[in-house]
Design a protein around this ligand. Structure first.
Ligand code: SF4
Length: 456
């Protein structure tokens, strides 16, 4: 039993549903870690929980609809407390609390570190309250919290976004950019490596390339400092904005021994006129120049991107420019979506002549075209050996195989050499035996165990 003031916190269980991006998953991890201090244990079983929390995403309409329907279904739980956090709660908390009478509280994206106070309030009888104010302090200072036992961790380095792309709700739900100090992140990561066995970090933010602008620091400098940490094997970062990719950062992609051979660099459209309407602040030519420089700095680098199909009033010609861009950029994979208007954004106010059918057709064309490109790129993996961190098992065509991720972010499946061999979180070298656009199969040629030998 934990006692806070007059309120007793016996052992209770919290169930949490997360929608959206890696930032939201990272926030969920922080929330669960805070709640542990109030005697809450995480459960995957909604029926078994005393507290139900939702961490929401406002970027796509489909995720929103799923969330509203799920929240509606929780009305049947009479004895539990229910809270909603994240992007939808940041902008719509009043409506949520009014519409869903069984909802106890709502909290915005800047309030996650106050979750203990909110849960305390809920258990002390306060009901139907919202905490959505922005953190006005000049500094952004946190400590990374993890509850899992894996050697991978997300480390948030910057929050918010100043870009205001015309289709995006993030600057309204996450606020303006604020970076942590470089030294704080280095110290934080050292602790993760030393005390939590972390070997791979993903530096996280809505636009990580803007990191440090407010403090006279940069992402390139941060990576160079992190690289010095003994025991840290791999550094990734996401998400990037092409406008802020500096020459200094490109150089680090060439010189760093620990930075992953992968970069997710969202372009969104292959048409300059659409990019202008999206307010993306770069041209296709500038983007392709970055791609060329990155490949020159690191010939092993693998690129991926995001594409929006059917931006308002996109012409056939503009759409074809995106297909052409795929030919030029040669991505390893893409995340592609139909345009979905987010209320409050500039794009949602644009008059639009495109129909859902046209959007769907264009999305299918983009995806089919990319799969052809991907098939060719992936086939070049056959016969090569990749270092892989094994993340777990998964079922593939009815067969259970081990699944790991290469340094360049490709998922690889393989069978154990001996049936009882447990590869969980091992570093292994896998020789690729077959590769299609969507799957890579291989065999283990060396197993290093849970720690790579020094200088390997
Ligand atoms: S840079 Fe990314 S997060 Fe920022 S407004 Fe544009 S799409 Fe949204």
């Amino acid at each position: 039993m934990i006692k806070v003031g007059d309120i007793e916190f016996p052992k209770r269980k919290v169930w949490m549903k997360t929608y959206g991006c890696q930032m939201n998953y990272h926030d969920t991890e922080r929330i669960l870690s805070h709640l542990k201090e109030l005697n809450f244990e995480h459960t995957e079983d909604q029926e078994d929980a005393d507290l139900l929390l939702f961490n929401t995403c406002a970027i796509r309409d489909l995720a929103n609809q799923k969330f509203y329907s799920h929240l509606g279904n929780t009305k049947k739980y009479k004895e539990v407390k229910i809270g909603v956090g994240g992007c939808i709660a940041q902008t719509d908390s009043k409506d949520l609390l009014k519409k869903y009478q069984h909802l106890n509280f709502a909290f915005g994206t800047d309030a996650i570190d106050n979750i203990k106070e909110m849960v305390f309030r809920a258990y002390s009888g306060d009901n139907k309250f919202a905490v959505t104010s922005w953190d006005r302090s000049e500094n952004y200072s946190i400590e990374t919290k993890i509850t899992h036992g894996s050697p991978q961790a997300f480390v948030n380095i910057i929050k918010g976004c100043d870009k205001f792309c015309s289709y995006c709700i993030v600057p309204f739900t996450r606020g303006r950019e604020k970076s942590r100090k470089l030294q704080e992140i280095v110290d934080d990561t050292k602790k993760l490596v030393e005390y939590s066995g972390i070997q791979e970090v993903t530096l996280l933010g809505q636009n990580v390339n803007s990191f440090g602008k407010d403090n006279g620091e940069s992402l390139a400098q941060l990576i160079q400092e992190l690289e010095k940490i003994n025991g840290l094997e791999l550094i990734r970062y996401t998400t990037s904005h092409p406008y802020d990719v500096s020459d200094e950062l490109i150089e680090v992609h060439g010189s760093s021994k620990k930075l992953a051979n992968h970069l997710h660099l969202p372009i969104q459209s292959g048409s300059n006129t659409v990019l202008q309407r999206m307010l993306r602040q770069y041209t296709v030519e500038h983007y392709l120049e970055l791609v060329e420089k990155l490949r020159k700095a690191n010939p092993e680098i693998v690129l991926s991107t995001d594409i929006i199909a059917g931006f308002p009033n996109e012409t056939r010609q503009e759409h074809e420019a995106t297909l052409e861009l795929l030919n030029k950029a040669q991505y390893d994979f893409i995340y592609s979506y139909n345009f979905s208007a987010r209320p409050g954004t500039k794009a949602s106010r644009m008059k639009d002549i495109l129909t859902a059918d046209i959007r769907g057709e264009r999305l299918r064309e983009i995806q089919a075209h990319q799969l052809e490109i991907q098939e060719k790129i992936r086939s070049q993996m056959v016969g090569k050996t990749y270092r892989v961190l094994v993340e777990g098992k998964s079922s593939f065509k009815g067969e259970t195989k081990w699944r790991g991720r290469t340094n360049c972010y490709r998922i690889v499946h393989f069978l154990p050499k001996e049936l009882e061999q447990n590869y969980q979180w091992h570093w292994v070298d896998v020789k690729i035996t077959s590769a299609t656009a969507l799957s890579c199969q291989g065999e283990v040629v060396q197993d290093f165990g849970r720690r790579l030998p020094i200088f390997s």
